[in-house]
Design a protein around this ligand. Structure first.
Ligand SMILES: *[C@@H]1O[C@H](CO)[C@@H](O)[C@H](O)[C@H]1NC(C)=O
Ligand SMILES: *[C@@H]1O[C@H](CO)[C@@H](O)[C@H](O)[C@H]1NC(C)=O
Ligand SMILES: *[C@@H]1O[C@H](CO)[C@@H](O)[C@H](O)[C@H]1NC(C)=O
Ligand SMILES: *[C@@H]1O[C@H](CO)[C@@H](O)[C@H](O)[C@H]1NC(C)=O
Ligand SMILES: *[C@@H]1O[C@H](CO)[C@@H](O)[C@H](O)[C@H]1NC(C)=O
Ligand SMILES: *[C@@H]1O[C@H](CO)[C@@H](O)[C@H](O)[C@H]1NC(C)=O
Ligand SMILES: *[C@@H]1O[C@H](CO)[C@@H](O)[C@H](O)[C@H]1NC(C)=O
Length: 417
């Protein structure tokens, strides 16, 4: 062994000893006793573990337990990933097939707070609340957290403002639609402004009806990339233009919120970075606002299941990046060719998804549909389309799904199609 290598070795031993003495005794197995005990208390709170994911939670080295991640450098527990990959299946089994659920069932033990270095916590899809149980306030004391996923967990009641103490958080997922036990609500969300680094926020299914200042609060989160507020009962505040601070926002989902208007003063028209905008399932009964034409980064625009009455595709004439457009169940009331002609010609060869079902479109499918070479999914069901289906759809080699049912087409579909 060279002198340099010996020296390195010595330093390593010294470093390990220091770490151990600083953070409580390290067991022989390389896992801190305090952290192992905390994990064992967590395990003790779990009443059912249908997939036996905690079966490996014994033995000295907790860093080897499934779902536990330790730092290579310090040996401390930095990640806990116990997510259930089948939350949707479990939801539909909830009432009648209790025994076959995949998620773990029980309570989150406050002993977790001994995991001082925990950066990553994913518990999504597990039943660690139960009927009438709210998100534990003590989670707000896991101050190292960078990632917190509590989606699909059936928590009810108020989202604890203590989460505002997690000032390092980059990802917060509280998605809570499909909750059989009741409802999560937030009331005052000013605490979110104390999470300035947040990049991803999903509060879908959390009732924000009484949260009057949600636009102002979220506008402080200038690092947000993705904001999902599906089915939050949002009410837009009666204020004029709020200039958006969200200069990195790429994804905005405000679907299923009973919004009635596309008010030109809405702050999100201002966000030139949005690529994915979902406003479907609202009650919007207005034409596209001109401001939408300035959202030139838009790649996906979802406006299905609204009450749009005048859909002037010309309003979208600057949106050369558009790949997906869904407008199902609105009143377009035009010739299909007229509608398509209005979309910018720069998207013809790039559009991948067009859903125009149930929109009262009339006329024939234009032969120049063959110029839309990237089409993968086209849905034109339940309109008043006539004539024969043009042979020109034949060369659309990427097309995987084509719905033409419930129209008034004549002629036949041939092999050449
Ligand atoms: C830590 O160890 C794991 C497994 O040996 C390895 O995949 C990972 O890259 C290491 N991380 C660092 C930061 O060294
Ligand atoms: C949280 O978990 C769900 C379910 O696996 C996943 O769809 C979602 O993307 C996760 N959230 C984040 C921020 O990674
Ligand atoms: C955490 O947040 C709550 C409510 O926002 C606050 O009262 C409390 O003092 C905070 N705790 C710590 C340790 O910062
Ligand atoms: C914009 O965001 C910063 C923090 O990122 C905040 O200090 C400021 O108040 C915000 N401005 C508005 C108008 O909300
Ligand atoms: C579109 O953007 C331009 C340039 O920033 C601006 O002058 C114009 O008012 C915007 N149009 C709408 C309708 O917001
Ligand atoms: C369907 O569109 C036609 C115009 O193409 C219009 O005359 C008719 O009223 C529309 N039907 C409904 C129910 O709005
Ligand atoms: C099919 O419909 C078109 C348009 O309504 C009509 O011009 C044509 O004659 C019809 N063809 C047949 C074979 O019925």
């Amino acid at each position: 062994m060279s002198a340099a290598a010996a020296c390195c070795c010595l330093l390593l031993i010294l470093a390990t000893t220091t770490a151990s003495s600083l953070h409580g005794q390290q067991t022989d197995g390389g896992c801190f006793t305090t952290e192992r005990d905390a994990l064992l208390s967590f395990k003790a709170g779990i009443a059912e573990d249908p997939q036996s994911i905690l079966a490996s939670w014994n033995g000295q080295d907790c860093c080897l337990w499934s779902g536990v991640r330790c730092s290579n450098r310090t040996g401390q527990v930095i990640g806990l990933d116990l997510r259930n990959d089948f939350p949707f299946a479990d939801f539909f089994d909830f009432s009648w097939n209790y025994g076959k659920r995949h998620g773990i069932h029980g309570k989150i033990s406050p002993s977790m707070l001994a995991l001082h270095h925990l950066e990553y916590l994913d518990l999504n899809g597990n039943y660690l609340g139960g009927i009438g149980v709210s998100i534990p306030r003590f989670l707000g004391s896991l101050e190292s957290l960078v990632y917190l996923n509590l989606s699909w967990m059936n928590f009810v009641g108020k989202v604890p403002p203590q989460l505002g103490n997690l000032s390092r958080l980059l990802y917060l997922d509280l998605y809570n639609k499909w909750n059989p036990g009741g409802e999560l609500f937030a009331g005052d969300i000013s605490w979110l402004a104390r999470l300035p680094s947040l990049k991803f926020l999903d509060m879908s299914g959390v009732n924000l009806r009484t949260t009057g200042n949600w636009v102002q609060v979220l506008n402080m989160l200038s690092n947000l990339r993705a904001l999902r507020l599906e089915d939050c009962r949002l009410v837009f505040p009666q204020i004029s233009v709020v200039h958006s601070n969200l200069t990195s926002l790429q994804m905005l989902d405000l679907s299923n919120n009973w919004l009635h208007t596309l008010n030109p003063t809405y702050w999100f028209w201002d966000v030139g970075t949005i690529r994915h905008l979902d406003l479907s399932g609202n009650e919007i009964d207005e034409p596209f606002p001109d401001a939408m034409g300035n959202m030139t980064c838009l790649e996906a625009l979802h406006l299905g299941y609204n009450h749009l009455t005048i859909v002037k595709s010309k309003a979208l004439k600057n949106l050369c990046n558009l790949r997906m457009l869904t407008l199902e169940e609105n009143w377009i009331n035009q010739y299909l060719s007229e509608f398509l002609e209005g979309l910018p010609h720069c998207v013809w060869s790039k559009m991948e998804l067009l859903d125009l079902s149930m929109t009262n479109l009339s006329g024939e499918i234009p032969k120049w549909i063959n110029k839309w070479t990237d089409l993968r999914i086209v849905k034109l069901s339940s309109n008043r389309l006539v004539g024969s289906v043009p042979l020109e759809i034949g060369p659309l080699s990427k097309l995987k799904i084509l719905y033409l049912d419930s129209n008034q087409f004549n002629g036949s579909i041939l092999e050449d199609h």
